[in-house]
Write a protein that binds this ligand. Structure first.
Ligand SMILES: Cc1cc2nc3c(=O)[nH]c(=O)nc-3n(C[C@H](O)[C@H](O)[C@H](O)COP(=O)(O)OP(=O)(O)OC[C@H]3O[C@@H](n4cnc5c(N)ncnc54)[C@H](O)[C@@H]3O)c2cc1C
Length: 399
């Protein structure tokens, strides 16, 4: 299947390329290339966010009426593809791709007026408080409690794996406001100013050496009732609406970036005295990843085309999350193997913003192991692979 871009989409792609050529300065590209996390570090985010905000492109999917770029589905896919190809920093999804769309869809007029401009400008940096120690895949089991007292909710409990909570000044969170009835029925969706007294953030440093995630504790934290999104006890509807955005996104362009990196490494590394790129076993593994990636690209193109014609996405986000993350992991594993014994070196001092230590070995050895380790989590967060398979079994296969 070939999906051709229209002349206006081709013109848009050229405009995006020209913009990225100029806006992605050498130091921004270099800083982004040394990031191994899911999202870039906060200072890098802020710089890139600001550039996109001034251009009016920081929220590609938001309607223009709310200050977004109002890109069409095809334009959004072009945008994400070109950003991945150019090596742009990965902006956090929590404000722009999760909280913003949820407020547009489910927020009050006052909430939209206050929060949306601040998400756009970058003044508000968001984190997502969904998971808890006993509640991840089974999100409806969450226990973090909020009790209404006058014009506020008093929150006690904890949230786990909260990405970038240590940078964020706002959190959207799910809390239990009623313990009776079905677990899904007593949940509410709140917006929390992280400067509120009673919040403690404990860092979790992962196997990759990154500090991206945290555990957050709430001790009598007071949230104004005006920060309730939707109705009390009906937060599950809001949460499900948000998950649609969490599982979207373009995987193929990002995997193609990893494939390009593998090719660059293989051209310089040797296997049995010859170039690694010429090794048949290596070429076979790379070929298998490329075939998967093209299948993902075709699926993404089909869905974009479906969306352009006014159709829905059905179970497609689950399919893409499953295949996209598993193929990214396979590519990151091959990249790590391609650097040979440098894979075992501790490169943490050479990674991240402000690193002034050269990597152990060649430049291309700096990130593969950290990325490999970081990507282990990609088949867990945003709904694990097993959960996606369950959804596909029910919704796509009717089992
Ligand atoms: C790096 C990282 C960042 C994260 N960031 C955030 C964040 O910012 N905000 C946030 O709220 N959460 C975040 N999470 C949490 C993430 O959403 C959960 O880890 C995820 O939902 C899985 O939940 P769990 O860890 O409790 O594992 P569990 O749900 O306990 O799952 C354990 C295992 O059992 C399997 N399993 C569970 N249920 C089923 C089932 N019904 N059928 C078959 N298999 C099943 C799972 O696939 C998994 O293999 C993050 C997690 C990670 C690792």
């Amino acid at each position: 299947m070939q999906i051709a871009l229209s002349p206006s989409d081709l013109a848009f792609r050229d405009e995006v390329r020209a913009f990225l050529d100029e806006a992605l300065t050498d130091d921004l590209r270099a800083a982004a290339a040394r990031q191994a996390g899911v999202f870039a570090e906060a200072d890098l985010n802020r710089r890139w966010h600001r550039t996109l905000y001034l251009k009016g492109w920081v929220a590609p999917a938001w309607p223009k009426a709310h200050g977004g770029a109002g890109f069409s589905p095809v334009q959004r896919y072009i945008w994400e593809s070109e950003c991945a190809a150019a090596g742009a920093p990965a902006l956090p999804a929590m404000g722009l791709q999760m909280c913003g769309p949820v407020l547009i869809g489910c927020g009050s007029e006052a909430q939209k007026a206050f929060f949306l401009p601040r998400i756009l400008s970058g003044e508000h940096y968001w984190c997502q408080g969904y998971s808890e120690p006993q509640s991840g895949s089974d999100l409806a089991a969450l226990q973090c409690r909020a009790v209404r007292e006058g014009d506020a909710y008093i929150v006690n409990g904890t949230k786990l794996w909260t990405t970038h909570a240590h940078y964020a000044n706002w959190m959207f969170l799910l809390v239990r406001t009623d313990a009776g009835g079905k677990p899904q029925q007593g949940i509410s969706f709140l917006l929390l100013d992280m400067a509120t007294p009673g919040i403690a953030i404990k860092p979790i440093v992962t196997l990759a050496g990154d500090h991206e995630v945290n555990q957050v504790f709430f001790d009598d934290v007071r949230i104004p009732a005006a920060n309730l999104v939707g109705r009390e006890n009906e937060g599950w509807t809001v949460a499900k609406y948000l998950l649609e955005f969490e599982r979207g996104g373009a995987y193929a362009p990002r995997i193609r970036g990893l494939i390009r990196q593998i090719r660059r490494i293989a051209a310089q590394e040797a296997a049995d005295g010859a170039s690694l790129a010429a090794d048949p076993a290596f070429a076979r593994r790379l070929g298998a990843i490329e075939i998967e990636t093209e299948a993902i690209a075709q699926t993404e193109a089909r869905i974009v085309s479906q969306l352009s014609l006014g159709g829905g996405r059905d179970w497609a986000p689950s399919l893409l999350k499953l295949k996209g993350t598993e193929t990214m992991q396979a590519a990151s594993e091959l990249a790590m193997e391609a650097i040979g014994f440098y894979a075992g070196a501790d490169q943490r001092a050479a990674l991240g913003l402000g690193a002034n230590t050269p990597p152990v070995g060649p430049d291309h050895a700096a990130t593969p192991t950290a990325r490999y380790l970081n990507l282990r989590a990609s088949t867990i967060y945003g709904g694990s692979s097993e959960v996606q398979r369950n959804i596909l079994a029910r919704a796509a296969l009717g089992l």
